[in-house]
Design a binder for this molecule. Sequence first.
Ligand code: ATP
Length: 485
Amino acid sequence: MSNLDSLDKIVSLAKARGFIFQSSEIYGGLSAVYDYGPLGVELKRNIRDAWWKEMTRRHDNIVGIDAAIFMHPKVWEASGHIGGFNDPMIDDKQSKKRYRADMIIEQYIEKLRKDDKHEEANAIQEKLDSCGSRKSLTEDLYEIIMENEIRAPESGAFDWTEVRQFNLMFKTQFGSTSTEEDGVYLRPETAQGIFVNYKNVLDTARVQVPFGIAQTGKAFRNEVVARQFVFRMREFEQMEMQYFVKPGTDEAEYDKWLEKRLEWHKMIGIREENLRTAPHPEDKLAHYARAAADIQYKYPIGWQEVEGIHNRTDFDLTQHAEFSGKKLDYFDQKNQERFVPYVIETSVGLDRLTLMVLCDAYREEEVDGDKRTVLKMNPKLAPTQVGIFPLIKKDKLQDLAHKIEEDLREEFSVLYDESGSIGKRYRRQDEAGTPFCITVDFDGVESEGEDTVTIRYRDDMSQDRVPVSKLAEVIRNGMKGWKPE
Ligand code: ATP
């Protein structure tokens, strides 16, 4: 197990080592927006590449696209985001804090249950489940909070505003002479870019159902509660794949993708005991979904969703066909039948993945009475794969170290470092997650025969002496054979 009981250590390591910084930090930061530093950008890119390879190149029937962030405003009417991408919020007038109204009620119910007041809890739960059926959703939620005198969690005050719907989409102006009607949204998910290109891909890529379209890209949500580092951001990156299938085969495909995706998280080196799937109960499904499950990771803030797998039925294609007036069905030549495909979606957040990789890799260990912090991540994902150090600043050692750097650069991401003691350089690379460090010393260059160097392995700190010509092979094998401990 990693020894993390909060995100604090990850946040400080991420800043100190240059993985992740708060956006616009010199101006005091922008809340729930983050920038990736030199190590973070490499880590994130490696994770994105691993996903892309798995989801496109390993399948002959999945292709990629890269759709724009701006989309026609009608897209969001068709998708249901304008009407439904809302959270019911209520503000505590005293602390000026904003809460999800349904969550406040759920927390209250939980507290009643803890106090063994089950009857009362059941009655409120029943009312909560039927919100929207008496008056409007917001009015019904407000009534429960008033009736039970539910207080604000932080201030303890009972001084609420009304419940209001809060749309999570960011709106902006389009063009130089824009009016209110010209408003466009920053996309809140990448999926719609795939649906509106379904026909283009079908007409150009010679694909046949079942086939998939994958893409990675930024998404934006004006999240209300956003205090969990890169777990919940207002600007984040999604990696989604929509798999178009024949209706009737959708349930089997959904099961298959859920399993495949869970396996992938293990394959990139996340420890099995920290992963699980959690199906959504039928009555909590989104309006478009027939079945849905989260792949969850045991973050220091608890079990939380890192990826969602959804059976979206023919909802999206049918909606876009209706709103655009274009036919979005499929003709199956072999069976001479026409249908609107069902869609199985796999949707993962790249930032949440990056956070998961950091959390799962993080270890604090005692080494000879000293503490070392080390990121034991999959070498294929590590921002720097090989550290190269001359033992001291002498020409002979520096020259060979630079030559090794040049030789390995094409295949691995390498870093040359000659500053500070060897011990300090190892520690720096441990914190960066660098799996292999090579030290060039006099023993290796002055002995008879081929030059040799010391390679030191990050995870168990063992060392081997290796001829320079064998380095690439030794590193390649070390990468292939890596397993999380
Ligand atoms: P949550 O319930 O945690 O808000 P969601 O169910 O709204 O997530 P989806 O709409 O299914 O999430 O989005 C798919 C994936 O996108 C999520 O599994 C998550 O990894 C990522 N994601 C969603 N919202 C955010 C966010 N605000 N910040 C970072 N990643 C996000």
